[in-house]
Design a protein around this ligand. Structure first.
Ligand code: GLA
Ligand code: ZN
Length: 657
């Protein structure tokens, strides 16, 4: 099992390398990731390559039993490259990005692509026989610092080509996009524009008043551009090596279609920072991010950067409490991580990230955080056999679609609406009942309940798959703003909820984006404040009605029997306690086992053991007894503040191991 640190030997005097490697071994680390920002060191000037410093470091680390994951350095282009070629992105106002941070390059810039190709090939050739290299990471965090979409002339031309390949001819595009609106018909693919500044700002951060089909296609194209750029690098590496290849993703980040980005990789890895200068995330938010990362390939993953100290760029966040670094490690594992790499080994003395604390402080002296991680590493040696290739048994699925992320961003329905928040409210309700919940798409038949919150843009094949699932006995949960748009981001000429109307057995007669809280009563008492569909049940049964406004007494939540399955339609947003009641009601009817634990507790039951996590700072007593796989001792149900346990429950299958 990979247990490592992100390492930047180039930030330290070479006389320190040996001691640092020794200390890593003492910390129980067996892997480092490095190289991903060292382009200038590898290629001092155009065509002048030198990898000797990394050869030396890899060797020093190997002598301490530490293997290397190598990053290709293309996120940080050297100055000579930016001087010689115009490789920099243009923002939506047409402004040129300044060189001097990272990720400023355009994925469609031919010079950047060419120079990336060369450095990757040189690197691949140089390290191909190095036995101490165990995996490759492509680039670093595609899309970070708002770099997914570029508005330069290269991108405009490539976008035109991309559209040309997708649409038979320009008239078809005009028809599909409804270009007739405001006289926007194009005469040729060369005319295509990018949805940049046009003086009509409709929201902050700005979206301009462009055709919604153009906007959606541009987001798809921009995402595809990075997928293609990544594939270019993978193809080069593949000429030289069979080692596994990954990229470090960013959890909830959604500007790039992560399903597509993951397709060409052997495994997904991602960077997890629960508590930074920008705030502390709720623990369910982190769990959901892990599930999202597992879900993009439906495969276990690695955390390539795990927070190991207080973090921030110009200010720090709070310091991880004693126990929290260990807890976050086990939280990742509980949701599918089978390798952990901590960011970073020693805190930088210079550069942008002086406040991004690592395992060691600036002075390099091991202190509390080092010892906590060291202890975790020790425990993981014992636990490894339970973790690698372990699978969670998922009961529920939250469907996440990147097309829908973008569609809802382009036309967000109402001021307070947010697609992510809605998905999260469903995830959280399930997580708080300790229901094992995946975040992914497709393969519906694997789950007892499938939640498709605001699944608005629906592809034809998807409709058939969903229908099949329900016909065969599946339980589907739909919500407001579902089923009304096609793949071109146009609205379908059907009663709401569009393509789902028959499945749901309802017709939405009117809706309201309420100005004040609306009450809901029936099977669940609740309040709503974002959206209320006023439902006319056709074949569905009413579960809840509105208790206020002019639609008092009208249906708010319904359920429809459809062949062997059931379709719930939740016409409104619900407050947090009501969301939990709704998830309990649905899960109960679907035969899903739930565990009501105190707030802050996660209980994850795997095949033959249970992971317990306590995100509270105080001790909690649980009605679970068994044997601890960590200490080998009896577990009496008491879990300390920020504690984590691996338990073979008494009435479980201890013998399996
Ligand atoms: C990201 C990057 C790292 C580093 C950290 C901390 O996850 O991948 O290079 O910048 O954030 O900011
Ligand atoms: Zn560009």
């Amino acid at each position: 099992m990979i247990f490592g640190v992100d390492y930047y030997p180039e930030h330290w005097d070479r006389t320190e390398w040996k001691n640092q490697a020794k200390l890593m071994r003492e910390g129980n680390f067996n892997t480092v990731r490095m190289g991903e920002f060292a382009w200038k060191l590898f290629e001092k000037s155009e065509g002048e390559f030198d990898f000797s410093f990394l050869d030396e470091v890899i060797e020093i680390l190997a002598n301490e039993g530490i293997k290397t994951i190598l990053g290709t350095p293309t996120a940080a282009p050297p100055k000579w490259l930016a001087n010689k070629y115009d490789i920099l992105q243009r923002d939506r106002y047409g402004r040129k990005r300044e060189w001097g941070s990272r990720r400023e390059c355009c994925a469609n810039n031919p010079h950047y692509i060419e120079k990336s190709r060369i450095i990757v090939e040189e690197m691949a050739r140089h390290f191909k026989d190095n036995k101490n290299v165990i995996a490759w990471q492509i680039d670093n965090e595609f899309g970070c610092h708002g770099s997914t979409r570029c508005f330069c002339e290269n991108c405009r031309r490539q976008f035109g080509k991309w559209l040309g390949e997708k649409y038979a001819d320009i008239n078809e595009l005009n028809k599909k996009w409804g270009s007739v609106f405001w006289s926007l018909d194009y005469d040729s693919f060369d005319d295509i524009i990018l949805p940049g500044y046009n003086s009509c700002e409709i929201e902050y951060p700005p979206n301009f008043a462009h055709n919604p089909s153009l906007d959606l296609e541009f987001r798809r194209f921009s995402s595809d551009s990075w997928v293609k750029y990544q594939k270019m690098q993978i193809d080069i590496l593949r000429k030289y090596t069979n080692l596994p290849i990954t990229h470090n993703f960013m959890g909830h980040f959604s500007d790039i279609d992560y399903y597509k980005l993951a397709e060409d990789l052997d495994f997904v890895s991602w960077d997890n920072y629960p508590d930074t200068q920008w705030g502390a995330a709720e623990y369910e938010h982190i769990s959901m991010a892990h599930e999202n990362m597992r879900g993009v390939k439906n495969k276990n993953f690695i955390v390539m950067e795990e927070q190991s100290g207080p973090c921030g760029w110009d200010r720090v966040g709070s310091t991880p409490r004693p126990g929290q670094l260990r807890l976050w490690t086990y939280q990742a594992i509980a949701h599918g991580a089978e390798g952990i790499v901590y960011f970073r080994f020693r805190t930088a003395l210079f550069g942008m990230e002086q406040y991004w604390y690592g395992v060691l402080d600036h002075d390099g002296v091991p202190r509390r955080r080092f010892y906590e991680i060291q202890k975790t590493g020790e425990e993981l040696k014992k636990l490894e056999k339970y973790i690698v290739s372990a699978k969670n048994n998922y009961d529920a699925l939250i469907v996440k679609s990147y097309d829908n992320v973008w569609g809802h961003e382009i036309k967000r329905h109402t001021e307070k609406y947010d697609y992510y928040n809605l998905l999260y409210s469903y995830y959280k309700a399930n997580a708080d009942l300790n229901i094992c919940t995946a975040v992914s798409c497709g393969d519906y038949e694997k789950y007892k309940v499938v939640y498709m919150p605001s699944y608005n843009i629906v592809e034809k094949e998807e409709i058939n798959k969903i229908e099949e699932y329900v016909k065969n006995g599946g339980v589907l949960v739909l919500t407001f703003r579902s089923g009304t748009r096609n793949t071109y981001n146009n609205i379908v000429p059907l009663p709401v909820p569009g393509v789902f109307a028959e499945l749901a057995g309802i017709e939405v007669e009117e809706f309201d984006a309420p100005r004040r809280e609306v009450t809901i009563c029936g099977e669940i008492d609740a309040t709503s404040k974002i959206w209320c569909d006023i439902i006319k049940p056709v074949s569905a049964k009413t579960l809840c009605t509105y208790g206020s406004e002019y639609y008092k007494g009208k249906a708010a939540i319904t359920v429809n029997e459809y062949e062997k399955g059931k379709v719930y339609y939740v016409g409104c947003d619900l407050d947090e306690p009501a969301m939990k009641k709704l998830a309990a009601l649905i899960s109960n009817a679907a035969g899903i086992a739930m565990i009501e634990a105190p707030k802050g507790i996660e209980i994850i039951r795997r095949d033959a053991y249970t992971i317990l996590l306590n995100h509270n700072e105080y001790e909690v007593s649980l009605p679970i007894k068994g044997k601890s796989l960590i200490s080998g001792k009896d577990f009496d149900g008491r879990l300390e503040g920020y504690g984590a346990e691996f338990i073979c429950e008494d009435d479980y299958m201890y013998e399996k191991y």
